[in-house]
Design a protein around this ligand. Structure first.
Ligand code: DUC
Ligand code: ZN
Ligand code: ZN
Length: 476
């Protein structure tokens, strides 16, 4: 007798952004082919998920993989190690950046990132276009062509000399996004305010890592957030503010949404769980926690937790930007006495993103399980044009599943993680709940501590127009 399904996941509790039900899942040809209580028929492989939660595989829509920074440093993970780390933490889709440096052709940059992913990617992936040089050719030809080809989101910066765009350039990019249907992600911090503050700190000899948060005050983030909201209103286009760090930017986002503007937002584990005080460590240790915008204060953490529940922040991603600590290609590229201005910006987080939110959010009653699914998978799928293929569990969607043991207790240690890093910002944290099995298009990639799946099995996702950018644009 031939098998009716390739895989059946039996006896689990299936949870989506909207529903929770005890049912079996039948998988055929990589897709969800049946959802039923006591599913009839046999399968080549059966997984018993008794006592487990079966959630959509996570989408990490903000991560930096094999990315060359403007200073020449390359992030430590490639598309295989990044995929392994993602899968081991319940994530089945990655959307990193194809990052343009000034003078580069955007299409050439995209081709280059495809070369890095092909033959290497373990999980499915797309690329956001990161634009630092919106030349007339980029605006008139390359960007529209690439959006048409399924690169339907892009990131721009208001800070970093090598990356930032002037307001006029931002307006030009927003205009293309509006007419072609792309989501613009904005890194919002006022560059001059940071430069002015930094100059004074350096002059006073305040160069240690703990001064990094001081150099990038919330007011700089608030001003740039307000400004890009105003620019988006002028052009009449949705935008998403990435890595929102605290109360002041949130206030601007709440104000914009109360006026009916389609302003979306993202936050990351580091803003919910770390504070600026965590950088106050002996010697150069604090460099491990240099990322931008920086971690703020406890009251900011509380406001961010509430913003997830209120729907003010829709996306929870890692901002995995892995620069090793003890490495001339990493945090110590300029030595152990380097001022904070010379330290690579970013921390790892692909693998710990979901367990941290599950434990600290769902486990502690700060968010419910449906919000967890929404902010870690479903909303990103909608906002970045892969819904309902990704980000949910329904008939016809890709069988990307994370089978969670909600009771297992894990203490996070660097040695247990699968990225290429030499530290984690969450060393020693105890979490309750971790995915026991991760499945991508019906194929088990992670099971009871073992990684499976060949490099190169991950597929490129040609993405549709983001839902908020569609003509009848469903707001989230
Ligand atoms: N912004 C990011 O999105 N990631 C790393 C560094 C930064 O400034
Ligand atoms: Zn950024
Ligand atoms: Zn980033």
């Amino acid at each position: 007798m031939t098998d009716r399904y390739d895989l059946i996941v039996r006896n689990g509790t299936v949870v989506t952004a909207a529903d929770r039900l005890r049912c079996d899942i039948g998988v055929r040809a990589g897709q969800v082919a049946a959802l039923a209580d006591h599913l009839q028929g046999n399968a080549r492989e059966t997984i018993d998920a008794t006592g487990m939660l079966v959630l959509p595989g996570g989408i990490d829509s903000h991560c930096h993989i094999a990315q060359k920074s403007s200073t020449g440093l390359i992030t430590a993970d490639d598309f295989y190690s990044g995929g392994v780390s993602a899968a081991a933490g319940g994530t089945t889709t990655l959307i990193p950046f194809a990052t343009q440096h000034r003078g580069q052709s955007l299409s050439e940059v995209v081709r280059d990132y495809h070369r890095k992913a092909e033959g290497m990617a373990l999980v499915d992936y797309g690329f956001h276009l990161s634009i630092s040089d919106p030349t007339p050719d980029v605006l008139a030809r390359e960007l529209p062509e690439l959006i048409q080809q399924g690169y339907t989101s892009l990131k721009i910066y208001t800070t970093y000399d090598a990356l930032k765009l002037a307001d006029r350039q931002i307006l030009n990019v927003l205009e293309v996004a509006k007419h072609r249907g792309a989501m613009v992600m904005v890194h919002a911090e006022n560059s001059d305010a940071i430069a002015w503050t930094t100059e004074r700190l350096l002059r006073a000899g305040q160069t240690a890592p703990r001064y990094h948060p001081v150099s990038r005050p919330q007011i700089a983030e608030r001003e740039a957030t307000h400004r890009v909201i105003a620019l988006a209103e002028l052009v009449d286009v949705p935008i998403l503010i990435v890595h929102v760090s605290g109360r002041q930017a949130l206030e601007q986002i709440a104000w914009a949404r109360s006026r009916g503007l389609k302003i979306y937002a993202e936050t990351c584990p580091q803003y919910l769980l770390l504070t600026a005080a965590d950088l106050d460590k002996p010697g150069f240790e604090g460099a491990k926690l240099i990322f931008s915008p920086p971690a703020r204060e406890q009251a900011d953490q509380e406001a961010l937790w509430q913003s997830l529940t209120k729907g003010l922040v829709q996306v929870f991603s890692s901002d995995h930007a892995p620069y090793r600590y003890d490495d001339p290609q990493g945090k110590q590229a300029h030595g152990l006495d380097a001022p904070f201005t010379k330290v690579a910006n970013g921390i790892p987080g692909l693998e710990t993103r979901l367990p941290l939110l599950f434990s600290e959010g769902v486990g502690r009653g700060r968010i419910d399980i449906h919000t967890f699914v929404a902010v870690t998978a479903t909303n990103a799928a909608r906002i970045y044009g892969v819904y309902p293929r990704k980000g949910t569990i329904e008939m016809g969607s890709d069988a990307d599943l994370a089978i969670w043991d909600p009771e297992v207790e894990v203490t996070i240690h660097r040695e247990m993680l699968h990225d290429r890093m030499d530290y984690t910002a969450f060393e020693g944290m105890k979490v309750k709940g971790w995915p026991r099995i991760t499945i991508s298009r019906g194929e088990v990639l992670w099971s009871s501590g073992e990684v499976r799946g060949n490099p190169g099995r991950g597929r490129f996702l040609r993405r549709a127009t983001p839902m908020p950018c569609q003509a009848d644009g469903a707001a989230l």
